[in-house]
Design a binder for this molecule. Sequence first.
Ligand code: ISE
Length: 346
Amino acid sequence: MSAHKDLRIAVVGVGIMGADHVERLATTISGARVSVINDFSAERAEQVAATAPGSRVVADPFDAITAEDVDAIVLATPGPTHEKQVLACLEAGKPVLCEKPLTTDAATSLELVGREADTGRKLIQVGFMRRFDHEHVQLKALIDDGALGSPLVMHCAHRNPSVPPHFDSAMIVKDSLVHEVDTTRFLLDEEIVAVTILRPTPNTHAPEGVQDPQLAIFETASGRLVDAEVFVTTGVGYEVRTEVVGELGSAMIGLDVGLIRRTKPGTWGGPITPGYRERFGQAYDTEMQRWVNAIRAGATSGNHIDGPGAWDGYAAAAVCAAGVQSLHSGGRVAVDLVDRASIPGA
Ligand code: ISE
């Protein structure tokens, strides 16, 4: 581990999310700095490097991962590139914060679970940042303290004003609904064993052929049900709400309850955050700071993560795989998840 004052971080992939992380590391996070920047666009990499004093551009992502002046890696590249890049981090013995998804399918995510277990260290953290959102943390504390009694059902709404043009129906499951998959596992502390994706009348403003919105029903191992509406072409704002209903009461985050909500551009009776930065900026900051702190703390313990790890990335991928299958079949699909105990150290 670096003897340097600050951890030297390579940010691989500096699109919107990666550039956000560069700014976060350069302005908000203590104990770390950006030493290397990589992007498939050299021009983009130079542009972002100019905002991070002391950083340099490395053209090849694998050279960036193995560079001498890199202690840890933030991966914000497209999902299909994650498998090989995370493997390169494991081979280099360097901690990696990998933006979701861990990989684009369950089998390759499971492979990374095993490869990390073989190292005997926890090196992979997956960027399910809602676990660091103050509201989600407070909601989990309510559940864990028993204040709501045993949770019975959970209701989620995940609405975006828009998504990039390449989004298709399956991307809505694997890139958007995946957050509700991890939120369910985080808040209810159990696995999801089956998924059903229902297809309401598509939004006429959604691109042709794209099933948006979608309504997912998760069944958990203990029999709880979670409904998650994911609607990514609302044209209104960035609305993420979660309500847990337990035997002793319910609690909702993401919106003050008790108001008659009439959503029209920009308001519901109170402000709607315009984008993910306004809604979850604090969560990303806390996620990054706790990851940086954990890397140092792991120098002796070998546990370099403080948040969702490889298993969480694999479990989410397995649920999404079942979700995409249900999206096409319309029926209930059981989640194909290996027994975690079968992988020592997973
Ligand atoms: C995007 O990739 C994110 O992770 C955002 O948090 C989510 O709201 C959006 O739907 C995804 O496409």
